[in-house]
Design a protein around this ligand. Sequence first.
Ligand SMILES: NC(=O)c1ccc[n+]([C@@H]2O[C@H](COP(=O)([O-])OP(=O)(O)OC[C@H]3O[C@@H](n4cnc5c(N)ncnc54)[C@H](O)[C@@H]3O)[C@@H](O)[C@H]2O)c1
Length: 211
Amino acid sequence: MTSLGIGLIGTGFMGKCHALAYGSVKAVFGDVPATRLEVLCDVPAEKAEAFADQFGFARATSDWKDLIADPKVDIVCITTPNKVHKEMALAALEAGKHVHLEKPMALSLEDARQMLAVAERTGAKTIVGYNYLHNPAISHARKLIADGAIGRIVHFRGMVDEDYQADPDLAWTWRATKADAGLGTLGDLGCHLISLATALVGPVESLVAET
Ligand SMILES: NC(=O)c1ccc[n+]([C@@H]2O[C@H](COP(=O)([O-])OP(=O)(O)OC[C@H]3O[C@@H](n4cnc5c(N)ncnc54)[C@H](O)[C@@H]3O)[C@@H](O)[C@H]2O)c1
């Protein structure tokens, strides 16, 4: 295959990152298929039209099922609020698409396992947006660990320092509503830390937790 068609659902903070990244994949990684920015979906339709124009997508839609059904779309990239991840990802998988899904993957372990089972059945390529894993500092840490440069590891301590929601004047977002975000800070930020711990010193064998 010489190129892969991208369908992007959601054009907020992360959607913009993904749109920029997909436009640069070939330039950065070289020996990979080129990407075509085919369909951009957001709501309302005017927003989708504006962002499709801004990011260079061939067409816009406000109906994510229309995006998934488009034969020009090979990879469905989902950057919508957490509560709709499962429904959109399952629909994309069942339509035979590859799926690039933002974290957190799902709002429950049961849902995540269901999504995994469908992905395995369809044979799609899937990835969840743990984008810190390829941060150069993390890659270097992984190499040091693999090379044995810091010896046998007996302890991992991680911390996420982000205060972007601490501002009392910040406008409401879906993240502040349990029905939309689901998992609070643990799901929003903690999942990055777990992905890093898993990649650096995993797999996790047992857990002692406190909230
Ligand atoms: N990997 C990371 O580092 C990282 C960072 C930030 C956010 N995220 C994840 O990305 C996802 C989106 O977060 P965000 O900060 O970009 O949110 P956001 O609110 O900025 O953007 C969400 C977008 O989805 C659109 N949308 C909502 N419902 C839709 C629907 N039914 N159809 C089409 N579009 C719809 C909204 O209009 C909005 O443009 C979340 O799951 C979040 O956890 C990941």
